[in-house]
Design a protein around this ligand. Sequence first.
Ligand SMILES: C[S@@+](CC[C@H](N)C(=O)[O-])C[C@H]1O[C@@H](n2cnc3c(N)ncnc32)[C@H](O)[C@@H]1O
Length: 355
Amino acid sequence: MADTLTKLAYQSFQQGKSVFGLTHKALSTSLLNLLAPRSERINTSGLSPELLLKVQQRLNQLIETDWADVDRGVYSASLVFDNPWADFFRFYPLLWLDMPQIWDRANQKRYQDFSENIKTEGYPSYYLQNFHHQTDGYLSDLSANLYDLQVEILFNGSADAMRRRILAPLKRGLAEMGAPNTRQTRILDVACGTGRTLKMIRGALSDVSLYGSDLSPAYLRKANQLLSEDPGELPQLVQANAEELPYLDRYFHAVTCVYLFHELPAAVRQTVINEAFRVIAPGGVFVICDSIQMSDSPELAPLMEGFAAMFHEPYYRNYTVDDMEARLKEAGFIDIATESHFMSKCWFARKPIEQ
Ligand SMILES: C[S@@+](CC[C@H](N)C(=O)[O-])C[C@H]1O[C@@H](n2cnc3c(N)ncnc32)[C@H](O)[C@@H]1O
């Protein structure tokens, strides 16, 4: 049983991250007001006190749920304290230095703006975007170095706590299909980005064979760096479009996918789900974590609308009203269940045994 003191330490750690995220956002908004008072932006002060209270309650609940999973042994306490400190101290100043470029790009509505040295050939057109006005989209080392910090700030320090929501259902799903925590069990994280989800999975299932795929070579390099820090076998990372995974049919016991679907056009969402279905073994599980949607969190509609307007997220609005359950069913998945945690929603689905 994890003890009360460690829980208190975890709550303080999360509160610290939350205060840091809020302070960073307040400072950067003040600076933007000072430097470019007429810039286009969303006025977040319009959010009602009731809504802000609701958001805080959801964040507190997420932290409780995260700790409850430590308490019942889904993963160890060390996982919830994991934080890329070296990257934080190295790259946080760069985040500020990058900001004027971001503001400039956002103001001028330059949404497909890549440095000259970035090779953009061969990527799907929907991917060649400055998602969140990010410098070089997903295609540079600078972007990969800043990404985790940016996401942490956006979610007030809770990005990993939301990623960890896939771990309990993943472990349960594997146990139900009789797949043990050994090398023979294969798990693929699609759109693994900088590898934080793979790191979380390794923390909960130390001995399984892990695989990660992503379209960005820069993010894969970053994932390789992060995952090399841990003992044990290195997950196999491959550059691949989630629409065409370079794996055999029925190869994986489980596939996970975190924060990808809101960045895909509707038709591509279906293709990616179909592809996950193809590579999952009969009885295997598919676990998705992504943004909340209008159907499960209508009271948070102003936040979803603000996110779509404030950040460059061209497919987000459509995603928030997309029927992902229908898509999972169309692909052939069964036993579909959903949960919502803070700003995230998870889907759990199983491939039928008879497939
Ligand atoms: C918002 S990030 C999420 C990364 C990671 N899963 C996480 O938890 O932070 C989206 C990721 O999806 C990748 N991506 C977007 N479209 C893709 C596609 N069609 N195939 C493979 N990866 C894709 C991007 O390169 C990026 O790493």
